[in-house]
Design a protein around this ligand. Structure first.
Ligand code: ZN
Length: 445
């Protein structure tokens, strides 16, 4: 499916039928999000409220400012573990939009709280500050052939901009929510970040009852499943020595090569999707040395915790076998291998029957967005899902592509739908005083 084909489907409005929202894409993929009467009723109260209607209007009117803000933030680089400059800017923007008490937490997350009546649930909505791009990457936004190009322009700067639009709109709206809303620009979603930002937020705020992550651009799916991943560095070590003088000793790099060959041949199930790749290798001292050390980083993922565990043990066994073969080849070789865990994202799932998935589906319908699928991927939502806290990930609006590549691009087509979606989901979950009850259960009570 090309990105352009899907434009038609965003714009086309589909109708809600009685109590079942049936979403079928033209590719034959069908999903059923069962809508309970109480969800529909609460949602309808929210959308009928005139302050909500005028807020949706305001989001549309300020969308060009939102896009400008997105481009400004894109040009502040935020490599993993180096999100500080972008975080400082985002903190200023949160404060300027009405969250005067916004702060940086110990992990580096930007947090702003909009209080409700004090008796309601607590809802977290966030977008991630970090990008996958290393220090020194040029992130200047360039317009070419109708697309705006810059590394990180969509993932997840679009989410950050959408979040600021929601904050500003709520501040101007006069809407009093029942539950508290925590807004966050969080660190550490990508790669080696290992969800460190969202893990810290849930650790420090045990009162959070529900969560939505705004990540990426095109609105077409509700991500209600979290792909788990386990990442390791396999480190091979031995005595090493001169390539000529010490010839006959086992080599850490040769052992590593044997392990890579074995792991490359592993087979994994297509369903539940289970994958692996050795992403990087390092090691050696010089061309004329028997290597004393070699290491590779391996990423293993699955939508099923048992398959993930199985894959992990097979990869480790392959490495141990490789070491034994290398040691045997050189007669009493002294190579050994260590497995260092460098990434651990839990597997999780929010059931389609949960209020938050229903509300997201109703919101898509209300705004004329075709829901093409319920999806599973690896996002900040993995963590709350694994804690059985209702959580989903949705996109921030517009069109985009090339995420995680230097050719990442964005087109601001119907991008106002992102912040509008985030607003309707958030308000429905926390409830509005004298208008609608919260759909989120306050887990503390
Ligand atoms: Zn992202």
């Amino acid at each position: 499916m090309s990105q352009l084909n899907s434009v038609n489907f965003i714009i086309s409005k589909i109708s809600t039928s009685a109590l079942l929202l049936f979403c079928a894409s033209s590719w034959g993929q069908q999903h059923l999000v069962p809508i309970a009467e109480e969800t529909l009723d609460a949602f309808n109260r929210v959308t009928a409220y005139e302050k909500v209607q005028s807020s949706l209007q305001r989001i549309m009117e300020r969308e060009s400012d939102t896009i400008r803000e997105q481009f400004r933030i894109t040009e502040i680089p935020a490599p993993p573990y180096k999100e500080q400059e972008r975080a400082a800017y985002f903190l200023e923007q949160m404060r300027a939009r009405g969250l005067q008490d916004a702060y940086l937490d110990d992990e580096g997350n930007v947090i702003g709280i909009r209080n409700g009546t004090g008796v309601g649930p607590t809802f977290l909505i966030s977008a991630h500050l970090d990008t996958v791009f290393p220090e020194g990457t040029d992130t200047t936004v360039e317009l070419r052939g109708g697309r705006y190009y810059a590394p990180g322009i969509g993932d997840d700067t679009r989410g950050l901009a959408a979040l600021l639009s929601v904050i500003e709109t709520l501040s101007d709206s006069g809407i009093e929510t029942i539950g508290d809303i925590i807004f966050a620009g969080n660190v550490g979603e990508e790669g080696i970040g290992d969800l460190r930002g969202i893990k810290a937020i849930f650790r420090d705020n045990p009162s959070i009852d529900g969560y939505v992550s705004i990540d990426g651009t095109l609105l077409r799916r509700i991500t209600n499943g979290g792909t788990g991943s386990r990442r390791f560095e396999f480190v091979f070590q031995g005595p090493g020595g001169h390539s000529f003088g010490a010839f006959g000793r086992a080599s850490a790099i040769h052992a590593m090569g044997r392990a890579i060959a074995k792991i490359s041949d592993l087979e994994t199930p297509r369903v539940p999707k289970t994958t692996f790749t050795i992403g990087t290798v390092r090691g050696g001292t010089s061309v004329n040395s028997i290597a004393a050390e070699g290491a590779f980083a391996i990423d293993m993922r699955s939508n099923d915790p048992n398959e993930l565990a199985k894959l992990e043990s097979r990869a480790k066994e392959a490495a141990l076998e490789a070491v034994a073969e290398e040691n045997a080849r050189w007669n009493n070789g002294k190579i050994f291998v260590d497995f260092n865990l460098i990434g651990d994202r839990p597997v999780g799932r929010t059931p389609p029957e949960s209020h938050i998935v229903q509300v997201a589906a109703l919101t898509f319908d209300e705004l004329g967005i075709e829901l093409q699928e319920l999806g599973t991927s690896s996002t900040d939502s993995n963590l709350p899902m694994s804690l059985n806290i209702p959580a989903i990930t949705i996109a921030g609006g517009g069109q985009g592509g090339g995420a995680h590549s230097p050719g990442e691009w964005f087109i601001p087509l119907n991008s106002h739908l992102g912040p509008q979606t985030a607003l309707l989901i958030t308000l429905s979950m926390v409830g509005i005083k004298n208008v609608s009850p919260p759909l989120l259960t306050n887990l503390d009570n």
